[in-house]
Design a protein around this ligand. Structure first.
Ligand SMILES: [Zn+2]
Length: 110
């Protein structure tokens, strides 16, 4: 039994919590909502030869970036995924970190 009731802490802050309208959650990284780049550009098919673009969806270790990072929608993420795999097969994109080291295919990230 805790009979001790503390005085309300909110006295200090002037705005009462209940009256406050629902505000959006704080943005951690300063910013804009991620939008699927392909949806913006109305891309229907992703070309596996378009390495300049695909490169943005591959990490510097050669891994395919997850959707939560790139903001790509599911539909396009699937296409990106297959496109990257095709590009890898044709040695347009690296499979592994050792590939990157050996070939230097990834000097900078686009
Ligand atoms: Zn999309």
């Amino acid at each position: 039994m805790t009979s001790e009731e503390r005085p309300a802490r909110e006295e200090r802050s002037e705005s009462p919590r209940e009256d406050r309208p629902q505000r959006p959650p704080p943005r951690r990284f300063g910013g804009r909502r991620k939008v699927c780049r392909f949806c913006v550009d109305h891309v229907k098919l992703i070309d596996y030869k378009d390495t300049g673009r695909l490169r943005m969806y591959v990490s510097d270790r050669g891994k395919i970036e997850p959707r939560r990072k790139t903001g790509t929608c599911l539909k396009h993420q699937r296409l990106v995924c297959t496109a990257i795999k095709r590009a890898r097969h044709l040695a347009l994109l690296p499979y592994t970190l050792t590939h990157i080291r050996q070939t230097g295919i990834f000097p900078t990230r686009g």
